[in-house]
Ligand binder design. Sequence first.
Ligand code: ATP
Length: 199
Amino acid sequence: MYLKRLEISGFKSFATPLKIDLDPGVTAIVGPNGSGKSNVSDGVRWVLGEQSAKQLRGSKMEDIIFAGSESRKKVNLAEVTLVLDNEDGHMSSEYVEISMTRRLFRTGESEYYLNGTACRRKDLLDLLIDSGLGKEAYSMIGQGEVEKILSSKPEERRVMFEDAAGVLKYKSRKQQSEKKLTETKDNLQRVEDILSELE
Ligand code: ATP
């Protein structure tokens, strides 16, 4: 599995729709200061589920929508699509190519699409976390994060390794199951109380 294509429109400095085709292996994006290199990685991070405007170098989420320039009017919709090659079946989907789209309107509404079909944010995130991707899974390493990893305490580093090894999804499923179990025990207790009152 690899990131095959990136489609960006109305996101940060990219007013004009932009398509970036990527090959397997290493890709470097080069350009002058302020030309939008980091905005490209912000776009990837955004589709992977980033909800913090600060992490995307803005103060509010609306800041990711192209705000206009001397020559162009602002736009009202930001859209980024990641196209992943799934020939190796790494992602739990029957599709050999998976596209994930996130949209944000200036009115504040969000939309998510999986292979062109509208879906919930949760559907995208579940597919990502099952494949070891996602914003918490170290599939994106930002500036300063390497230093943070090197200077972290052994317990914190262990959590990072567990996350990177894909233990995260099992941890979150375990938490969900434990919560359900507690709720079921509470319900059982209530039924027993009612039964003993009836006897
Ligand atoms: P450097 O090499 O200095 O790190 P860079 O190539 O990574 O730069 P970015 O930080 O990606 O550049 O892009 C910064 C540019 O994006 C700035 O000119 C900024 O004005 C522009 N920009 C960011 N958000 C928006 C927005 N919402 N609307 C229009 N332009 C934006």
